[in-house]
Design a protein around this ligand. Structure first.
Ligand code: URA
Length: 191
């Protein structure tokens, strides 16, 4: 069994917060454990909770189609996870204490996967992982380096569904992402 499978098993029995006791399924993550590029969202919604997989609802489908345009696929060359592994009841925002309780699972995923590039999907993930005061409307598509890892935020696909005029902005983020991948981990396109 791989390290990531092992970690998933440990995570399955975590009951450190309320969502851990009310969820339907753990939403640990999906994708290639050898991926160089990791996408991080906020927390599972209803569909994710039912399926046990991140980004499988309407917004996830939109994200899949946009990243496919730049040659990225969850079942091939990337890994996708959330900061929070269990759906908060009634889709409420995760409490700060729940974020704290859960973030170590994500840190452990980073340690095993060792991504070269992290894409934060939406402001909440970008604020927690990149910088607390990030202004996503201005700073999406801009790379920064933290502890040797390149990080970029992109607009959340749920926001694009609410305002489809913004879709070209996210498409541009993913073109910038592709260029960065070609520079630092072109092997992504041979996995
Ligand atoms: N939004 C997220 O941030 N993550 C998911 O898994 C689904 C929707």
């Amino acid at each position: 069994m791989g390290d990531l499978d092992n970690l998933r098993l440990q995570c399955l029995s975590c009951r450190k917060c309320e969502p851990g006791t009310t969820r339907t399924n753990l939403v640990f993550g999906v994708g290639n454990p050898n991926a160089r590029v990791m996408f991080i969202g906020e927390a599972p919604g209803e569909q994710e909770d039912l399926r046990g997989e991140p980004f499988v609802g309407r917004s996830g489908k939109l994200m899949d189609s946009m990243i496919a345009e730049v040659g990225l696929y969850r079942d091939k060359n990337i890994y996708i996870a959330n900061m929070i592994k269990c759906r908060p009841p009634n889709n409420r925002d995760p409490l700060p204490s729940e974020q704290e309780a859960c973030i170590n699972w994500l840190r452990a995923q980073f340690k095993i996967i060792k991504p070269k590039i992290i894409v934060c999907v939406g402001r909440i993930a970008a604020a927690r992982i990149m910088k607390p005061d990030i202004k996503i409307t201005k700073e999406h598509g801009v790379f920064m380096e933290k502890k040797g890892v390149l990080m970029m935020a992109t607009l959340h696909p749920a926001a694009l569904l609410r305002n489809i005029n913004q879709k070209p902005l996210a498409e541009e983020d993913f073109r910038i992402l592709k260029q960065k991948i070609m520079e630092v981990c072109p092997e992504t396109y041979n996995i």
